[in-house]
Design a protein. Structure first.
Length: 407
């Protein structure tokens, strides 16, 4: 397809680094993506020229920064097609977004309640729900199984609801298998039972167009650092009707209407959930990152990455009889987790690094998934809009070099 990847690569000066004298081949985009110059420049400019706390000052700098932050909120709203900016809450990232929902909604859960998750969840969509059992209540996780391709068993899912089901919380895209889950169908089924739905969008938002109104989820969580943006910033989308009913998550400045020692009233949405000084420069930089992705086009990014995925998968499967890929869903993002024979993933990762190739090894914060596959870890190569066919070639050549060393 017509995708000027070399032009986009120039936007990412960090990609020009060399590692051990070899050109960097960055294939760890699932963990975090690199950041384009326009975003870094914007951060620098804001630190030098516009740094002032938001929503607090009458002075020009504060008003400017407040406008930048609130413009970012509107940009995020448009990016995911939410109904209102009241539904866009800024957090530290996906993990905090999920913890916010679990802690706030969870206060209303009763002993014996159940939360439906899938077998392919990241720990950040498992542990926050388990924490709800710490105060004496017993909250159980019900786990949607998958087949050998890594496709969720929707029939099993449909049988999991009962009068104790309090929440469904499922990832949009698996960070290990790459599976794109049928989140619209998952949400519709939950709503048939009157159960709210959270979708963990950490691995989705930078690879495809996400429309929360179309999915009709109650909550959607994601992180800026995985979408070419800054670290330490993320978003929780929540339907206004849900957020209005929920108690605050943290207390402090910004989230109040009036405080006295006897009684405090809370600010309106979205500020009710934004206690303390936010990372306003990070938030405004996320705006730039969204502009950057949209200037290329989410549909084009999705198509290009699929091409890279198919090319990498094809070569890996045809050239390495000992190589096993985990995750073969028909709907799949550009993530390839694999084992090279019985070589330890750590050894594969280290030897690839010596050739300038950055991949991830280990359990990828999805230990229950890895255990269900009978593994302790896998090697994961994950791609972004700036990865090229030549980089896949380099990766394959490096695998050819290390295979005889390890097997
Ligand atoms: N959910 C998924 C599917 C992820 O892949 C990740 C990070 O890798 C997270 C949640 C957590 O994201 P963060 O660490 O940015 O909060």
């Amino acid at each position: 397809m017509n995708f000027d990847v070399e032009r986009y690569r120039n936007d990412f000066p960090g990609l020009n680094r060399s590692i051990y004298g070899r050109p960097l081949t960055y294939l760890d985009n699932t963990a975090t993506s690199q950041t384009p110059k326009c975003v870094v420049d914007a951060i620098e400019a804001m630190y030098y020229n516009s740094k002032a706390n938001v929503h607090r000052g009458v002075h020009t700098l504060s008003q400017e920064m407040t406008m930048l932050q609130e413009a970012a909120r509107e940009r995020v709203r448009r990016f995911i097609n939410a109904y209102s900016t009241e539904e866009i809450i800024f957090t530290r990232g996906t993990t905090e977004s999920i913890n916010l929902v679990a802690a706030s909604m969870g206060r209303g859960f009763r002993d014996g309640d159940e939360v439906i998750v899938s077998v392919m969840e990241h720990h950040s969509n498992i542990v926050p729900w388990q924490l709800l059992s710490l105060n004496g209540r017993n909250i159980t996780l019900r786990v949607i199984p998958m087949d050998e391709r890594g496709v969720l068993d929707m029939d099993a899912y449909r049988t999991m609801f009962n009068e104790h089901t309090a929440m469904v919380s499922v990832t949009h895209v698996s960070n290990v298998l790459g599976t794109i889950n049928p989140v619209k169908e998952i949400a519709a089924e939950a709503h048939r039972h009157g159960v709210p739905v959270l979708i963990d969008g950490a691995q989705a938002v930078s690879h495809r167009r996400v429309d929360v109104s179309d999915i009709d989820c109650d909550f959607y969580a994601f992180s800026a650092h995985k979408m070419y943006g800054p670290t330490g910033v993320g978003v929780l989308y929540g339907k206004k009707s849900m957020l209005e009913k929920m108690p605050p998550y943290q207390g402090g400045g910004e989230m109040i209407a009036h405080v006295s020692f006897d009684r405090t009233t809370y600010a309106d949405l979205p500020f009710k959930f934004e206690a303390g000084t936010p990372d306003f420069i990070g938030i405004a930089a996320m705006h730039k990152a969204i502009d950057y992705m949209e200037s290329i086009g989410m549909e084009r990014i999705e198509r290009y990455e699929k091409e890279i995925l198919d090319y990498a998968t094809g070569r890996m499967e045809s050239e390495f009889p000992s190589l096993r890929i985990y995750g073969k869903a028909p709907e799949k993002d550009a993530i390839v987790s694999f084992m090279l024979g019985d070589a330890h993933p750590y050894d594969v990762g280290l030897l690839l690094d010596k050739q300038g190739i950055a991949v991830r090894t280990g359990h990828h914060c999805a230990q229950p998934l890895l255990e269900s596959l009978g593994l302790e870890g896998v090697v994961r190569a994950s791609f972004a809009l700036y990865n090229t066919h030549e980089e896949v070639d380099r990766f394959i050549a490096a695998l050819h070099r290390i295979e005889p060393m390890l097997l």
